[in-house]
Design a protein around this ligand. Structure first.
Ligand SMILES: Cc1cc2nc3c(=O)[nH]c(=O)nc-3n(C[C@H](O)[C@H](O)[C@H](O)COP(=O)(O)OP(=O)(O)OC[C@H]3O[C@@H](n4cnc5c(N)ncnc54)[C@H](O)[C@@H]3O)c2cc1C
Length: 823
């Protein structure tokens, strides 16, 4: 139980990264409260440009959704501006009177766009570029068409200009210098960038400053003055003006609390302000005289602050060097270090106008000091690494300009670039992820796709500019198993087709029979094998519920006879006990059957059922017939199907029970039994957080609480125990059923045959599951509907008839003949 209170002001990238790091180190140390001025959970601000240009949706930028805060017991106040820090009493207060006490305070208020102090700056139609609200305002104006003028030709200004161009506006950029992005590019690189953007239709007003914004009720134009001698003045029209003339650390609140600030909030190497209870991270910070405007250094700061807050071993932040990439699709640009040579420096240049490639490296004392790359940026992170290592590049000197693939084996790469990168080479600058960490994740966690690598390592998850490199590492590590899209690992030696291809082919070509499917996928064997037949049978069954005729030849003997073969060749029979609740009459019926067939062992299973062990094959049909007569159905105790729904006694009997967990368990089991899943599927319902039904190691776990039902997914109690991930909380039983059905359906549609939910979730990432089940209500409803539809058939098809024993004689006879390969 946390005893200390941590308050965070600023629900942005640096503040929340600090919390993520803190939760890794000391999850129970603090009771955390977060205040955010924006009305959203934490999102990836870097991706505002793709949202503006229409290449991404806002919901895809959300880094931590509401349920993340809930899962970690974080109190989140959105749309609340903190306007007072009372350091004497250790309290913060919002504009509308919410007060929160703190033992430790983290200020992460970011920065604000600089709004030039020119006449007309407050007119409607003048927008900064900082938040999703700014993007929404730009988009609503872009809908009407017209002309946008962006003031500032730096990184953000050009991304804004490009986005508005893609939204169909006429766009001009006004910039003070002679070429765009002069802080990252030399004149030659800037010129190339300018002409590439001009070809797209962007107009540049260079070496101009804005004298005034024109308009009475809203913006109509700008008055510009040339900075060249003479200072010509001209007026240009505008329907929208985007102010992108730089950022200023947001320090007003800290200043008003008497915290020492200069350009930013001054912090030490432990990210503490002069008040040791108050930490600060992000763009609002000034560290060793330096402020930062990119995420990589802020994430390093977050790590250090978290470590200190957690009371861990001493870590210190010593400042960062930064590199820049532009996120304009189709324009590759990289810049780092001092790219303007001073006396004594060497300059290596490559200019290939035909290919649109420009490279400039600046060397000093056999070390790389700076790099500008345009048109070909694949070696950017390698150059950046050499710079940060202060590596002696004498041995690489001859070929360094041509990139890592062309230099000899020098310990800093050589040969095929990715293969020869050392493990310590940084791949993702934003998140500080090295090649070694990516390779280990791919190998240890059996990752196959870019999304999986992102979910596990965060590499390529922020600005995305290292995506190509991460994909090369995937390809290099997986060899033949890798394909840039989903995994290409063949299902078995009968085919080259991967699991992922099969459902696609079934649906696209409307295939409803196994021989046709094998033909369409060019199967190498005539009849498949014990690996591929059950998989194909499963995929066909899930694609065409009610239409596809289940192929018993493709099932293992256990499934065919509704009994599990034991080590002495006898079988176990386990009838379904709904929610683990039975009656004297049921117990009497089972007892009498057990006596009649001289069952040697009657065992209470871990899944709250009664297992009858030691049954001979000849007795199976009659025994099942009698069980069915007594009202039982198969427990599918062997199947890739719903197994049990375990419950505790809940509200009716337990002093701590909060809801009717037993009744809910029975409802869930009645809804889900008979559903065929990629692997076995277990459910549990616990009546209170004491969790007697062990719901947090089940595929789908429900933990009842006073205010509703917590839903947990992806647990596993087998050889490799995995605790569930918290999905969300819902308020009614009806919603539990809906989430359960939708989750099972998503798993059936997306996972591969023989995937359990635990590795599946680890591969696709919890965020993916949340996106489909929690965030997208319509999508969830559709999944649930498809689940129910398929249940109508699987609870009423020959399988359940077999489960009822009607055809048991026939199937056992068949099984006896067919045993062989599938046994
Ligand atoms: C369009 C755009 C593109 C970018 N592209 C890149 C890129 O490609 N690469 C890169 O590395 N970086 C990029 N950046 C910069 C990066 O987004 C920032 O460095 C990062 O978001 C800063 O994190 P932060 O937590 O310091 O500030 P923010 O993410 O801005 O978070 C600060 C939060 O604090 C809130 N806040 C402020 N005052 C208060 C208060 N008094 N009470 C409550 N809440 C408050 C703010 O509303 C805000 O939500 C880009 C930025 C923008 C705007």
């Amino acid at each position: 139980m946390a005893t200390k209170k941590l308050v965070v002001i600023g629900n942005g990238m640096a503040g929340i990264r600090t919390i993520e790091e803190l939760l890794k180190k000391a999850p129970d140390e603090y009771e955390i409260t977060v205040f955010g001025a924006e009305p959203h959970p934490n999102y990836n601000r870097i991706m505002l440009s793709p949202v503006l240009s229409g290449e991404m949706k806002f919901q895809d930028t959300v880094l931590n959704d509401w349920s993340w805060y809930e899962a970690h017991n974080i109190t989140l106040h959105v749309g609340k501006i903190v306007n007072k820090i009372n350091r004497k009493d250790c309290l913060v207060e919002t504009e509308d009177g919410v007060v929160a006490p703190y033992d430790r305070l983290l200020i992460a208020t970011g920065s604000n766009p600089i709004m030039l102090p020119v006449p007309g700056i407050n007119l409607p139609g003048v927008v900064g570029y900082r938040s999703i609200a700014d993007v929404e305002e730009m988009l609503s104006r872009a809908e009407k068409g017209g002309r946008a003028v962006v003031i500032g030709g730096g990184l953000l200004g050009l991304e804004a200009a490009n986005g508005l161009l893609m939204r169909g506006m006429e766009v001009a950029v006004v910039h003070l210098c002679d070429w765009p992005m002069e802080r990252q590019l030399d004149k030659a690189g800037g010129g190339l960038l300018q002409s590439a953007l001009e070809k797209r239709g962007m107009k540049f007003y260079l070496a101009r400053q804005t004298e005034a914004i024109l308009g009475d009720e809203c913006v109509t134009g700008l008055r510009l003055k040339s900075v060249a001698s003479g200072g010509d003045v001209e007026e240009i029209s505008a329907d929208l003006i985007v102010m992108s003339a730089g950022i200023r650390p947001n320090i007003a609140l800290a200043k008003s609390a008497g915290i020492h600030c200069e350009r930013g909030i001054v912090v030490s190497d432990t990210m503490q302000t002069e008040d040791p209870k108050i930490y600060s991270v992000g763009e609002c910070v000034q560290h060793r005289g330096q402020t930062y405007g990119l995420v990589a250094p802020l994430f390093e700061q977050a790590k250090v602050a978290a470590n200190h807050l957690a009371g861990g071993e001493l870590m210190s932040y010593e400042g960062s060097s930064v590199s820049t990439k532009l996120k304009v699709t189709g324009i590759d640009l990289f810049s780092a270090g001092d790219f303007n040579p001073v006396e004594g420096d060497e300059e290596l240049l490559l200019q290939d106008a035909a290919r649109g490639v420009y490279k400039k490296l600046v060397l000093r004392d056999n070390k790389l000091r700076g790099a500008v790359l345009y048109g070909e940026t694949v070696d950017g992170s390698w150059y950046f690494q050499l710079m940060r290592d202060g590596a002696d590049i004498s041995d690489l000197r001859e070929h360094i300009l041509f990139g890592q693939a062309h230099v000899g084996d020098s310990g800093h790469g050589g040969g095929s670039s990715v293969a020869n990168m050392p493990d310590s080479a940084e791949v993702c600058g934003c998140n500080g992820v090295c090649k070694g960490a990516i390779v280990s994740a791919i190998v240890d966690k059996k990752l196959f796709t870019l999304e999986e690598v992102r979910a596990h390592t965060k590499a390529s998850a922020s600005c995305g500019s290292c995506t190509g490199l991460v994909e090369s590492i995937l390809a290099n590590t997986l060899g033949g198993d890798y394909s840039a899209k989903p995994t290409k690992k063949p299902l078995c030696s009968c085919t080259d087709a991967a699991h992922a291809e099969i459902p696609k082919v079934i649906r696209e070509q409307g295939i409803k029979r196994m021989p046709e499917l094998m033909q369409a996928l060019h199967w190498k064997t005539e009849d498949g094998c014990h690996i591929c037949r059950p998989a194909l049978n499963y995929y066909l069954m899930t694609a065409w519920p009610g239409e596809y005729q289940d192929d018993s030849r493709s099932r293992f003997i256990n499934e065919r006879v509704h009994a599990n073969i034991q080590k002495d060749g006898t079988y176990s029979v386990i009838p379904r006990i709904w929610g683990g609740v039975t009656t004297p009459a049921e117990l009497r019926a089972i007892a009498e059957i057990a006596e009649r067939y001289e069952v040697p062992t009657v065992h209470i299973t871990g899944g709250q059922r009664i297992g009858l062990y030691g049954i001979t094959k000849q007795h199976l049909p009659n025994m099942w017939a009698e069980l069915v007569e007594a009202g039982f159905v198969s427990g599918h105790a062997y199947g890739k199907a719903l197994r049990t729904v375990k419950t505790c006694v809940g509200l009716d009997w337990c002093r701590f029970g909060t809801q009717d967990s037993t009744g809910l368990g029975i409802k869930v089991e009645k809804m889900t039994w008979g559903s065929w899943t990629p692997h076995k599927f277990k459910i549990a319902v616990s009546g209170c957080p004491r969790n007697c039904a062990e719901a947090t190691i089940k595929d789908f776990g429900i933990v009842c609480v006073d205010s509703g039902y917590e839903i947990h997914v992806g647990g596993n109690g087998g050889i490799k125990v995995r605790v569930t991930d918290f999905l969300c909380k819902v308020e009614t039983e009806a919603l539990v059923l809906e989430y359960c059905g939708a989750f099972m359906q998503l798993y059936r549609e997306q996972a591969q045959y023989m995937d359990r939910t635990a590795p599946w979730i680890e591969r696709v990432g919890l965020a993916y599951v949340k996106q489909h089940i929690v965030d997208d209500a319509a999508g969830r409803a559709a999944l649930y509907e498809r689940f129910l539809e398929s249940q109508r058939f699987s609870q009423d098809d020959p399988w359940s008839e077999r489960a009822m024993g009607k055809e048991a004689h026939e199937y056992v006879a068949l099984a006896t003949i067919e045993q062989g390969a599938m046994q």
